[in-house]
Design a protein. Structure first.
Length: 297
């Protein structure tokens, strides 16, 4: 057991999971607000040997250097790579600290968001229809950039409604080919597709000036990642064409509040992956990570 387990911010666990945490520690402390800086993060961790956090705070080297008792950090949020994580994993590992994270807990809500917004746009629900008259997803040329778990689910959903799916990824996916999805180089995909969904890891940028030039106008761009998939200046230049639209659920995915009032921006300002069901899946995976940590010690 941990001597002390501290959640330095709200971590999204359901009440029954919070009770389960007590089985892993002699002392449990759970903060209900977000620490403002590294010093406050370090102060909250203190002499704890176990730490939990979500995606709204960071645990940096500076904070960890002040907390020598830490043995375990549980990220109650997505972990795809050390470079994209909100924990300095390389430094943590060099200190013998185990860092765990979770994946694939909020994808279903994101898929529903993409389909919902696209249907509203095409049919003209509470807005002008994309083509002036209502249309279906049937026959749409849709591109997916990043065919991981969520990208694959979005592709499957759009394909179900009759879209023609192309994708760009680090490698071709045999399972995608079996479904009839076509692998394309990035710029070819942008030229070919009317709607493109970026489903990339945090801090991954693939769209620059030449990519937006290939994309052209009368296009729709979705970003379902946690950060912009584009360089801002060419993105704004592309967006300034009145025929183009971008959909993001959060300000973080858009790139900042300064873009919210742009007429081509459709931003919900809410994480569409944070649903009742997602919190259950998150809780189960966080507890499973803790169980595995102690079983492997």
């Amino acid at each position: 057991m941990f001597k002390k387990l501290v959640a330095i911010e709200p971590v999204g666990l359901i009440p029954s999971a919070e009770k389960e945490l007590k089985k892993f520690t002699h002392e449990l402390i759970m903060y209900d607000d977000i620490p403002k800086d590294d010093d406050e993060v370090a102060a909250r961790i203190g002499d704890a040997d176990g730490v939990l956090l979500s995606y709204t705070s960071r645990i940096t080297r500076s904070a960890l250097e002040k907390c020598p008792q830490v043995k375990y950090i549980g990220m109650c949020c997505s972990l795809y790579s050390p470079e994209s994580a909100n924990v300095d994993i390389h430094f943590a590992n060099s200190r013998g600290i185990t860092v765990t994270g979770i994946r694939d807990y909020g994808d279903e809500g994101v898929v529903e968001y993409v389909v919902s917004e696209l249907v509203r746009c095409f049919h003209g629900f509470e807005q002008e229809a994309w083509d002036g008259i209502p249309r279906e997803i049937t026959g749409l040329k849709a591109g997916i950039i990043g065919l991981g778990k969520s990208g694959g689910m979005i592709a499957d959903a759009l394909h179900f409604f009759g879209a023609d799916i192309a994708y760009f990824s680090r490698s071709e996916k045999p399972d995608a080919a079996k479904k009839g999805y076509q692998f394309m180089p990035l710029r070819e995909l942008l030229k070919t597709c009317e709607v493109v969904c970026c489903c990339l890891n945090k801090n991954t940028v693939l769209l620059y000036e030449e990519e937006f030039a290939c994309f052209g106008n009368k296009k729709i761009l979705f970003n379902t990642g946690l950060s912009p998939a584009w360089e801002e200046k060419p993105f704004i230049n592309w967006l300034n064409d009145s025929d183009n639209l971008v959909y993001c659920d959060t300000v973080g995915a858009l790139g900042g509040e300064h873009l919210l009032n742009h007429p081509g921006v459709r931003c919900m300002q809410v994480s569409t992956g944070r649903t009742q069901q997602a919190f259950v899946r998150l809780s189960e995976k966080v507890l499973a990570n803790l169980t595995a940590y102690f079983e492997n010690k």
